[in-house]
Structure formats: C-alpha cells, structure tokens
Design a protein around this ligand. Structure first.
Ligand code: BES
Ligand code: MN
Ligand code: MN
Length: 460
C-alpha cells in the first residue's frame, strides 16, 4: 500500500470526527433565522482549511451567504482544478420524522445520519480529507487547486454568479470538479455528465376578499381552491406530458446511441422504485424510468395550501389558494424563456371568477457535457483504482444551477464525481451518508488529484 493510501486508511476516525463537527452547524440557507449559523459554518470550514495547510483561505462576503475560497498553487506547469461544493443545507423539517436530531450526527450501521451528511458537507469533506492526506504525506498537492464552497446552492445560488464573474481571471482553471451527485449503486463508481435544469414557480389564486361561509356563499362565487385544482390538473395530460404550449420546443431529440447506453447502464430500477415507496411507476408514455428522470423534462407540484386543514370540518369557502410548481428542464430548454409561456398559459386556463398571479421563484439552466471528454479519463482511472470496477456514466435528474454558469464563465470540462445513494434521503428526514461512500469517495478524490497531474490541459 502506498503512503497516501495508508494515510487515508489510518485517518478514517479523524475524518469522521471532522465531518461530524461541521454537520453540527445548522447552515440552513433558506431560513433567515439561521443566517448566523450559516456564517459560522463558512468560518468553521475556513479554519479547517487553514488547519490542513491551505496557504490561502478567504471567507468572501456576498449580498447573501458567504463563499469560502481557498487555493494551493504550488505546482506550476501542472493543471489547475477548480473544485466546487456547497456548505448550506435544506431545512430539516419535518423534525418529528427524524430518528435522531438532524444536527446531532449519529452513526448507525455504518451510516452517518444528519442533515447535510451527503448533500453536500460529506462530499465537500472528501476533498478536504484528500487535500490533507496529500499535504501531510508529500508536503504538496499533485495539481493546483482552487476551492469554491458556496452557501446558497439550496436556494438557487443567487449571489455566486457575481462572485464567479468578478473574480473570473483569478478563478482560471483547466477542469471543474464537483462532488454533489450520486452513484448508480453502493459499489458502482459513477460519473455524471448531465443535470436537469429547473424553473420554480408559485401560482397564487385569489377569489373573494375574505373567507366566506360555504353554505351562504357556496355555489354563488368561484372557489379559489377549486380553481387552483382545475389549473394544476390541466398542466399535464394523461400521457404524463406537460401541456404548456412550446414546453418541448427546445428539448433535444433522444439520441438512439445514448438511449442504448442508458439501457445498458447498471441502473437498479427495481431497487430505485422500491426506495420511492410508490405503488407503481408512473411517467411520460414511451420512455423508461431512467429516461424519465434524466433526459426528459417534467412538472411537479411541490406544495399546495388553501382553506381549512385542521382537525374535523369547518364549512368555509377560502379566499386564497396557492401551489408551488417546479419544472425540471433538459437541454436546450431555458427557464427564462419558459417562464412567460408558463405564466400566460396558467392565466389562460384559469377558470373565471378568480385573479391569478404567477411568480418566478428561481431558475437554473440544464447542463450537459461530453461523456467522451479526455479529462473524464483521469476520473475514470481514479475511480477504477479506488473501487476496482469500471465506471458507469449517467445523467442526473437533480439540478446544480451553477454548472451551466461555469460553462458560460469558464467553458471547461466538468468532472461530476459524486457518491450519494438512492436511499440517502436527500432533502428528507433521516438524510445519511454511507461510510463506504465517504471513505471510498475520499480515496477516489485523492487519486483523482494524482491522475489529473498527468492530464494534458486543453489549449485555450
Ligand atoms: N446535490 C443536489 C443535486 C442532486 C440531487 C444531485 C440528487 C444528485 C441527486 C443539489 O444540492 C440540489 O438539491 N439541487 C437543487 C437545486 C435547486 C434548489 C435550485 C435541486 O435539484 O432541487
Ligand atoms: Mn447538493
Ligand atoms: Mn440539495
């Protein structure tokens, strides 16, 4: 065993303790009440980066939550990797469904349970572990590294773009590396080459100026809850297709070669569906489950509220109803172009007797990179060294909005090397990170830095 691998093996417990420490900080970016915690988390990571020997570390203020930036540039002539991750987490609600508190990391059956365990603190710390190991064992890194760890990914990365653009020349690199995606199975190393984009909206329907007695007024005026249901019901047809005119206009045709590749991917469809707990699969006619969650767009209600939802019955005709509706987008759909089409359609199909407001909460452009990019070879080699298994390529159904921004600002090959699993409960109660993923991922990242040292940077 080489000295680097030895170090990684010997320091597993310390790596775990370091991860637990950062998981105790409730850096919920969406909730203003946690702004101070989010700042504390950024500072905590910066302090850790200094402790492991990063020579330049900064907590950079933005109009929102800060960005943690660090660099090590001691390998002139060698490639430079820009590593991106996020330290913010989703709200932990509903709290009563957690078996142990979300910000008290707990180890059970080789899995670490906490909000942020896999998304994305655990995966960010794989990189910090790998950096530490290289610096401790060799006194240097095999490549130059620039680390951007942001605090607003879970609420749309609004202020990151400004940071990236204002520091563009300083952030020059040869490759972008991100660990914030999943594997096709617990021992199946996976590289992701596409992510879906997103358009997140809110539909607000107002009828009477105040709640009414549903007997005295029922039948005489439009009910906003009924109206909202009619709108939502019309957004998709019986074949699972979105009915917004022009929605599919820019969707790329499924390439038969890629379809074949996806068909051959080691995707455990049964396990995936079992994990969902749904009685049966459902989706767009003519596409497989994997295609439905990767290369096809979709539309979903994320939440709806109106009227009386307490115990027992209350006879009331609500004055207001609302729904949060998100669309997952695929290349070359554009959230900015789609929003006005969505808004116009919702208003057109709205029943009479109500006023409808459609809000654009946030958007992210879909992302795809070539699965054959030579830079991905380094990642393939690193992953097969760490997992002794050939690497699978996949398209992810989730979104990382900054990836499309990186394509614009940097135009570089992107390595999306993530280690999440289908049963990690991402964004849900009892989020966890398997230690096999944490340690295997740490090893993969440490090897990736080595493999990238030999990669030839693209001429730009
Ligand atoms: N890490 C996820 C994206 C992801 C989810 C990758 C599942 C692989 C599997 C990321 O943190 C995320 O949750 N993104 C949000 C973006 C949104 C808030 C703009 C998403 O996809 O919902
Ligand atoms: Mn994430
Ligand atoms: Mn997330």
């Amino acid at each position: 065993m080489d000295a680097l691998t030895r170090y990684l093996e010997d320091h597993r417990d310390a790596f775990l303790e370091n991860l637990k420490a950062v998981l105790r900080i409730p850096s919920v970016s969406a909730q203003p009440a946690h702004a101070a915690d989010t700042l504390r988390c950024a500072r905590h990571i910066a302090t850790h980066l200094e402790a492991i020997g990063m020579p330049r570390v900064e907590v950079v203020e933005t109009d929102g939550h800060p960005v943690v930036y660090a660099e090590w540039l001691g390998a002139p002539g060698r490639p430079t990797a820009l590593v991106y991750g996020h330290y913010d987490v989703q709200p932990p609600d509903p709290l009563e469904l957690w078996n142990t508190p979300p910000f008290e990391p707990t180890l059970r059956d080789g899995k670490l349970f906490a909000r942020g365990a896999v998304d994305d603190k655990g995966q960010v710390y794989m990189h910090l572990n790998a950096i530490e190991a290289h610096l401790k064992v060799n006194g240097k890194l095999p490549i130059n590294l620039k680390l951007v760890i942001e605090g607003e990914e879970e609420c749309g990365s609004e202020n990151l773009e400004k940071f990236l653009r204002s520091r563009r020349s300083e952030l020059d690199a040869d490759v972008i590396v991100v660990s914030d995606t999943a594997m096709l199975g617990p021992d199946q190393p996976t590289l992701t080459y596409a992510l879906r984009g997103i358009l997140y909206t809110q539909i607000e329907v107002t009828g009477p100026s105040h709640d009414l007695h549903s007997g005295h007024f029922g039948g005489a005026v439009q009910n906003p809850a009924n109206a909202l249901c009619a709108i939502v019901a019309a957004l998709k047809d019986g074949d699972g297709r979105v009915t917004v005119p022009g929605f599919y206009e820019r969707v790329r045709k499924v390439d038969p070669k890629e379809r074949e590749m996806l068909r051959a991917a080691p995707f455990d469809e049964r396990g995936y569906l079992a994990e969902s707990g749904a009685p049966e699969p459902f989706g767009e006619t003519g596409y497989s489950t994997l295609e439905r969650i990767s290369m096809r767009p979709t539309l979903d209600v994320n939440g709806m509220w109106s009227g009386y939802i307490g115990e027992g019955s209350k006879t009331v005709l609500p004055s207001f109803a609302a729904a949060k509706v998100s669309m997952r987008l695929v290349p070359d759909q554009d959230p900015h172009e789609l929003f006005p089409k969505f808004e116009a359609y919702v208003k057109r199909i709205a029943p009479p007797g109500v006023t409808v407001v459609v809000k654009n909460l946030h958007g992210g452009t879909p992302f795809v990179t070539s699965p054959d990019d030579p830079m991905l070879e380094s990642a393939r080699r690193a992953l097969s060294r760490a997992w002794s298994k050939p690497v699978a390529m996949m398209r992810e159904g989730g979104s990382i909005p900054v990836m499309a921004t990186f394509q614009e600002t940097h135009g570089l090959p992107c390595i999306l090397m993530g280690f999440g699993l289908d049963d990690d409960n991402v964004h849900a109660p009892n989020e966890k990170f398997s230690l096999t993923s944490f340690y295997g991922g740490t090893k993969s990242v440490a090897y990736l830095y080595e493999e990238l040292a030999a990669a030839v940077p693209a001429v730009r």
